[in-house]
Design a protein around this ligand. Sequence first.
Ligand SMILES: Cc1cc2nc3c(=O)[nH]c(=O)nc-3n(C[C@H](O)[C@H](O)[C@H](O)COP(=O)(O)OP(=O)(O)OC[C@H]3O[C@@H](n4cnc5c(N)ncnc54)[C@H](O)[C@@H]3O)c2cc1C
Length: 384
Amino acid sequence: MSSGKLLMVGAGLSGAVIGRYLAEQGYDISIVDARDHIAGNCYSKRDADTGVMVHVYGPHIFHTDDEEVWNYVNGFETFMPYKNRVKTTSGGAVYSLPVNLHTINQFYGKTMRPDEARAFIEEQADTTITEPQTFEDQALRFVGPDLYKAFFKGYTQKQWGCSPTELPASILKRLPVRFNYDDNYFFHRFQGMPENGYTVMVERILDHPNITVHLNTRFTRDQAAEYDHVFYSGPLDGWFDFDLGRLGYRTLDFERFTFEGDYQGCAVMNYGEEEVPFTRITEHKHFAPWESHEGSVCYREFSRAAEPDDIPYYPIRQVKEKELLGRYVERAAQTDGVTFVGRLGTYRYLDMDVTIREALDTARAFLDAREAGTKMPAFAVQPL
Ligand SMILES: Cc1cc2nc3c(=O)[nH]c(=O)nc-3n(C[C@H](O)[C@H](O)[C@H](O)COP(=O)(O)OP(=O)(O)OC[C@H]3O[C@@H](n4cnc5c(N)ncnc54)[C@H](O)[C@@H]3O)c2cc1C
């Protein structure tokens, strides 16, 4: 058994999983979070009026190919079967996403089989674009103008707050179309929803005699001196008081509304048109199809650039941001006693399963470093 005092900044999945792993090895773990609750952005809470489990910071669907991670989460909570199926409203009609054979046949009023649809879409594609530079080039080259305008252009514009002509082609890496009727949003082997919500799962991860959680407690750097090591899942630039400037994020505004009955008949309805100011409406009771509720809680989701006081959601990671990130990474590498973890600490979009995988690997790397008497690096996973 090891001993020592460790601090986790953040009681989200990163802090909870690293904390639990090292608590089990005998370390004394303190976890601080500035918010008044655990579970970070995965936080879910039952609505008092309707009884619906609400994903407070936006809907979270657990999906993974990583068996160890799947077994890990199932060790703390029962996962109920759930398949994410997304619809979109565009041009006055409702279609299924991701764009699949049903979408294509419905959109063009045809009854094509897979090979016919593939050949048809190839005919639509703009083959004059040989070296796509932008998102728009790439989409036009893959699917042509009709599908691009209906399903990609407006949504992308709203999501990123700029024209798809200003976004790099790399955002759309492969053909975003399926030539069968599979409308399961994720390809992963394991997919599900925690029966009692993510907060209960994180509560159980944190339930260990060596772990103490302090909520409503904002970390300041002078607290680090009291600990043998700090795992910091706050914003990387925040550690340095933003003194080189702020790393850019998109934030989300959720316009919450309730409804008696079933508002839209599905969990996620996207809105593809630029004229509709929101990107999607999520209806939270449909994320728990094994429950039944009369009332309904929905979120209309708006995306915009994050200001300093907003919750940072999606790292922008374009050329300018990566250049600044590089400068912070250099400074972090010269800092002792702290490891930057999680989506904010490494300025990357991370799904929950990747967050847990990295947290487990980070905790193991820490134990290895202690055993070898070497320095625990500032990053267990390089942000760039
Ligand atoms: C809108 C949205 C939807 C998502 N949907 C999915 C999905 O469907 N499936 C999926 O797998 N993943 C999804 N994710 C990703 C998921 O939210 C992350 O994987 C997960 O939250 C990362 O956990 P974390 O602990 O690294 O960060 P966080 O959950 O952000 O936790 C960090 C914690 O640190 C605290 N903190 C920060 N700075 C300080 C400080 N100075 N002092 C004290 N506390 C501090 C914060 O309050 C926060 O609670 C989604 C993310 C977003 C934004």
